[in-house]
Design a protein around this ligand. Structure first.
Ligand SMILES: Nc1ncnc2c1ncn2[C@@H]1O[C@H](COP(=O)(O)OP(=O)(O)O)[C@@H](O)[C@H]1O
Ligand SMILES: [Mg+2]
Length: 492
């Protein structure tokens, strides 16, 4: 540490943050409307709300949106404190259930979407209080001054049916409805589409709170149903044992979702979520059961089609925010370096099982009744290359061998058909994606005598048919796979 400075010895000068540029900084933190509203709801949950109402009214550019809760509410002093940017020190210890951290969310989330933020709040046995941030006013005056203003459609009694609670109102929502005219139906459709995304996002982010009946969220008076990424109620969902990290403070649990053939169409659509199956693979990081990150491999793996059934839950407490680099928007988390290997190893186990389910359409290798699954193709490694062979113990081969005694042509045709129709393309595709250059070539790394012999036989039969040696070699050099063995030609 550098030696302390004796401040009394030095001249000072005030350098107060300039309001207009500070505002633009707040606005640029990178929320979208889904994450912004979720951040407002975090505050309601931290204030012990049981019911949360998200409402909006389409009025073109004058559209408003509100989040009301029946939580503990605030008195005048508390509300002014809450309205201050940086109202809490991020380094303070928080109640273990608190979803907040930086003392910024209410302001930054709101300003990211709207230029006017009004908060009306009421504590039990107190009168309602309200204050408004108006960014145009802050800009004009250069001062961070709240105004005592309530937008139309609202009044001091807007919370009077609740013993306590808070109402957050956004007006001038320029990030969403700028230049939208109220009579423009296309604009309205766009707006409603965005609101639908918000609803789905909330169903996902707060699903554990909704499932456990700790909260209800109403969206335009319709109760939001939870969206659970892991399909725990489906019998074909495979779940893995939990593993603990960080002295048991962090818990990781993997799921392999059912193959499409094992669930009905509706469930398949449901599990698609907001981003689709492929994008939804990966880790799901929860902080105090609130979902921060939905489907992200945290830079440990790439997203790939054949891993799309894998979703892994990671549960964090709010005491590890700094270690996991939780950001202001609560949409980024990074595992500390020391846990990366453990997380990666755990995920690798779940991923290899997930690939099996994807490949074999959910057929488990051994069924519960003891019946073993019999593959037609077996993939195996020779040296560092992958090869695919027909399972010599497959019952089909016995049938074909028997058939061959009576009708060799027909049985060979049957065999070829079975091979053609069952090319293990998924396995090949997966291997290729994971280990490019690891696909073996014909007869690579083994005795090539069978291929040389076949070339010899073909050569002799061409000569018999009257071809010159030159011609015969030219024909063979153009036949797959002999074209890959032209070095044998000179010995023919
Ligand atoms: N809906 C609400 N009910 C009660 N108190 C609230 C509500 N919203 C915000 N507050 C108060 O305002 C403070 C600041 O909120 P916010 O800016 O979101 O930061 P943080 O959530 O990180 O504390 C909260 O810590 C809380 O005390
Ligand atoms: Mg907050």
């Amino acid at each position: 540490m550098p030696p302390p400075i004796d401040y009394s010895k030095y001249q000072t000068a005030a350098a107060i943050p300039e309001a207009s540029s500070m505002i633009e900084t707040f606005r640029a933190i990178g929320y979208n409307i889904e994450t912004a509203i979720a951040d407002i709801i975090d505050n309601s949950i931290s204030a012990n709300a049981k019911n949360i109402w998200v409402n909006f009214e389409w009025n073109g550019e004058d559209t408003w949106l509100s989040v009301k809760d029946d939580g503990s509410g605030m008195n005048n002093d508390e509300l002014i404190q809450a309205m201050r940017p940086g109202s809490k020190n991020p380094l303070d210890d928080r109640n273990s259930k608190d979803l907040g951290r930086f003392g910024l969310g209410l302001k930054t989330a709101s300003f990211s979407q709207a230029r006017r933020l009004t908060v009306l709040s009421k504590k039990p046995d107190y009168a309602s209080v309200y204050w408004t941030w108006d960014l145009d006013y802050v800009n004009q005056t250069g001062n961070w001054d709240l105004i005592k203003y309530l937008p139309e459609n609202f009044n001091e009694n807007s919370l009077s049916n609740l013993p306590s609670g808070t109402l957050v109102i956004w007006n001038d929502i320029d990030r969403v409805v700028k230049h939208f005219r109220q009579t423009d139906n296309a604009a309205l459709d766009k707006f409603l589409f965005i609101m639908e995304l918000v609803k789905k996002h909330l169903a996902m982010v707060f699903h554990r709170f909704i499932e456990s009946k700790r909260i209800k969220i109403f969206f335009q008076d319709n109760e939001i149903k939870p969206w659970n990424p892991f399909l725990p109620a489906e019998s074909a969902t495979q779940s893995f044992g939990e593993e603990q990290l960080h002295n048991g403070k962090v818990i990781i649990k993997g799921y392999v979702l059912p193959h499409k053939s094992k669930i009905d169409e509706e469930t398949y659509k449901y599990a698609e979520g907001t981003k689709g199956w492929n994008e939804h693979q990966g880790f799901y990081i929860y902080r105090n059961e609130r979902l921060l990150l939905a489907g992200d491999w945290l830079g440990l793996f790439r997203k790939e089609e054949h891993y799309k059934l894998i979703r892994i839950q990671i549960d964090l407490p709010n005491s590890l925010d700094a270690d996991w680099q939780i950001d202001i928007k609560k949409s980024v988390a990074r595992p500390p370096l020391i846990y990366r290997d453990q997380i990666k190893n755990y995920a690798a186990k779940v991923r290899s099982q997930g690939v099996e389910v994807y490949r074999h359409r959910g057929k488990t290798v051994t069924h519960s009744n003891g019946q073993k699954f019999i593959p037609l193709w077996i993939d195996h490694k020779r040296g560092d290359k992958w090869f695919y062979k027909i399972n010599r113990d497959h019952p089909l081969l016995d049938i074909i061998k028997n058939q061959a005694k009576a009708d060799p042509d027909k049985s060979i045709e049957t065999l070829i058909r079975f091979i053609e129709e069952n090319i293990p393309s998924k396995s090949i595709y997966i291997k290729e994606a994971e280990e490019p250059e690891a696909q073996g070539k014909p007869f690579e790394g083994i005795d090539q005598e069978p291929i040389r012999k076949t070339m010899q036989t073909m050569f002799e039969s061409l000569i018999k048919k009257g071809k010159s040696q030159q011609e015969a070699k030219a024909i063979i050099a153009n036949i797959d796979p002999f074209n890959q063995f032209t070095h044998f030609l000179e010995f023919l």
